[in-house]
Design a protein around this ligand. Sequence first.
Ligand code: TRP
Ligand code: ZN
Length: 467
Amino acid sequence: MRQSRRQTVARTAVPLTIPVALAALLAGSGTAVAATGGAPGAGDPYFPLSGNGGYHVEHYGLTLRYDTSTRHLDATAVLTARATQHLTRFDLDLKGLKVTGVSVGHTRAGFRRDGQELVVTPRRALHQGEQFRVTVTYQGTPKPVTDPDGSADGWIPTDDGAFVAGEPQGAMTWFPANSHPKDKSSYDITITVPQGRTAVSNGRLLSRRTAHGLTTFHWRQSEPMAAYLATATVGKFKVEQYTTRDGIRVYNAVDPREASAAAPVLKKLPSVLEWESKLFGPYPFRNAGSIVDKADVGYALETQSRPLYDSAPDLSTLVHENAHQWFGDSVSLTSWKDIWLNEGFATYAEWLYSEQHGGDSAQKTFDSLYARPASDGLWAFPPGNPGSGKNIFGTPVYARGAMTLHELRKAVGDPVFFRILRAWAGEHRGGHGTTAQFVRLAERESGKNLHPLFTSWLYTPGKPNSA
Ligand code: TRP
Ligand code: ZN
């Protein structure tokens, strides 16, 4: 309390540079105190405790040791972060596990657990703009979280390791994070597993060393990544590595029990990436690949630079997860409500792939969906406003989201439509995008008023009219 008052005084010394902050501080002494603790959430109405306020994580350095027989995880996380406000304390997201120590810089920090919040109080307050390093040591048996829709995500043990998929909330089951897609960071992930198991993560494999019956894999994801897209999947895998004609390094890890079913589909990865690059613009990362596990999870995930499948994927799924590399991974959400920007786009990529490879046209796919009666679940809610976290992976988000893009395509014509997709991926590459920004971009590229179309297809309950 005393410290925050002192900071308030210090700030008044430079009033001209921060008039808004100053006004807030002068509004009452309560405001000054509130402004010094980082918020426990990133402000997402669907997942209020996901992410945190008051700082941005620039880099995660995760060192994990996983014993596949006891399912015990022993880990250290070193976060390089920057304060976006004066901070006397801040939160990280971490669910379960036992924290054995937290330091800020070289100094031990105070910490307490409060549900999924790990509340850290550094010995001295951090000033706005200051870069700081947080080290958290922790251990235990990681368990998945159950999402509002009943599915499991996070660290999901398998018979030979773990399937690690963090969308939307699961990153906090295996590392302390600012776990909201608003915050993107680079990662170094080092995983030690029993010899004979493979640990696969995002980006590039920098090294692999075996000693004393343990193998350590060091992965680096240098392009910015949202926490939910990080993985550290462990299992017995057959590994294949090559470089595509475009210079993209591919690393595929496949559970041998899924290998024969996966092979013909994985063989198409370079041609799928090439096709998607023609449509959406250059592939956004230097690395690519696949993790084909055997797990009863019921979904695949677009883990950055290396999608994760719970069994051998079919070609559409491969197309879908790799389309997410542009839409969802490179261009990220700022709010889970905008999830159609991920799922509608990846689904529409499947329709386009089919259309351009001798299958049904997108129009035909659209028509067969549009024929569903008004009572069908497809029309249960509008995709731009799913209403809660329970609905973010519902049919309207995927199918009606893709139908929205098809309506846009019909309204503006093919050349403008594909220019819009490329402009979207290009202008927001490595960053974020909102639905409002997409609508504005589409209107700019087409010179048309598209508000009626998007209002009806994205935001109006019930079955919309089709042009
Ligand atoms: N985003 C995944 C996809 O490509 C789906 C997904 C991820 C999912 N996590 C989930 C679906 C949790 C249901 C529940 O479509
Ligand atoms: Zn998807």
